[in-house]
Design a protein around this ligand. Structure first.
Ligand SMILES: C[S@@+](CC[C@H](N)C(=O)[O-])C[C@H]1O[C@@H](n2cnc3c(N)ncnc32)[C@H](O)[C@@H]1O
Length: 308
């Protein structure tokens, strides 16, 4: 796919129901694909964009300037969404969007160390000003912690063997050092399976380096409380790990206890919920999008609505 393909663009913007004078937040600016569409619609409103990556911010400014100037870019983790908005005097917003994970340019630029397909320093930082890198994780974390990360964030069944092999291979300096360590740890049967053998390991270490799960959990805690009546929170995920967190949180907020357990409750027993689901099931990319953009294959969109 091209580097600037925004996943589920039409569907996510539609779910946000952008108002001309609304206040919106794009938690994952990337190359401004979603932000640009919001800005086009919120002509008299305001858009706040978050990203950890200075390169993403630098490249997005001219894209947004072509559309309008009623935006502000915040170089911070979306984990601090509430604090950053409060610092700007913003308490409630009309819509929040997050398109989680690594961007195509981050993957495609081999030197960033996100890809197991290119040899590069073990980096994987979205925010290049932070100190924790993949090299530090691989070379200093205890075996037990590495194993836990590989299990939890990579859903990697060979976690114990890979963790042990990472320790044996120290010091690891490049992405290919890590790929080789994973290959040594896996059985011939595992290596013959479809898909790259180091995919899960790279995913796990990347999530640890960037604190992705913790940031998502924190954001899911606060974002719903920032919505105005009829405000929307739209989230696109690419990993089952993330989708599970989003799905659970949205259900907790929007689905009444009786419906959650599929048992009939009397109306007076039903909790009154402050939120609704935009759609019961996650929205998936169309056949057309799947054909055009291979990376959209695992994408899922969910949207929460604050009841008017
Ligand atoms: C999939 S891309 C977004 C692409 C964007 N929607 C577009 O259409 O161009 C994800 C972006 O979110 C950023 N990001 C990931 N986690 C973040 C976090 N916790 N806080 C802020 N930005 C984050 C990454 O640096 C990356 O640029």
């Amino acid at each position: 796919m091209g580097s600037h393909y925004s996943v589920l663009l039409g569907e996510s913007i539609e779910s946000l129901n952008v108002k001309e004078d609304g206040i919106y937040v794009d938690l994952t600016l990337g190359r401004a694909g979603h932000s640009r569409e919001i800005l086009r619609r919120a002509k008299k409103g305001k858009l706040y964009c978050f990203d950890l990556d200075e390169e993403a911010i630098g490249e997005s400014k001219p894209i947004l300037d072509e559309v309008g100037h009623n935006y502000e870019i915040i170089h911070s983790s979306f984990a601090f969404l509430k604090e950053e908005l409060l610092n700007r005097g913003v308490e409630k917003v009309d819509g929040i969007i997050a398109d989680l994970g690594v961007s195509s340019p981050q993957f495609d630029e081999g030197s960033r160390g996100f890809s197991y397909k290119e040899d590069a320093p073990l980096d994987m930082r979205m925010d290049q000003s932070q100190s924790l890198t993949a090299a530090i994780v691989c070379n200093t974390y205890p075996e037990e912690e590495l194993r836990k990360i590989l299990y939890e964030y990579g859903e990697e069944r060979d976690a114990p063997r890979i963790a042990r092999e990472i320790l044996r291979s120290r010091p690891l300096t490049t992405t290919f050092d890590l790929v080789e360590a994973v290959k040594r740890a896996k059985s011939a049967k595992e290596l013959s399976k479809k898909g790259h053998p180091a995919k899960q390991t790279f995913q796990a270490i990347r999530i640890e380096v960037n604190g992705e799960e913790k940031a998502l959990q924190r954001m899911l805690e606060v974002a719903p409380s920032l919505l105005k009546p009829d405000g929307r929170l739209a989230i696109i995920t690419f990993m089952s790990l993330d989708d599970r967190l989003v799905k659970r949180r949205f259900r907790e907020l929007a689905v009444a206890e009786g419906d959650r357990r599929s048992i009939a409750l009397l109306p007076e027993q039903m909790e009154r919920k402050e939120f609704s689901l935009y759609s019961k099931k996650a929205i998936l990319p169309s056949e057309k999008e799947l054909g055009e953009n291979r990376r959209s294959a695992s994408a899922k969109l969910r949207c929460l609505i604050k009841n008017p």
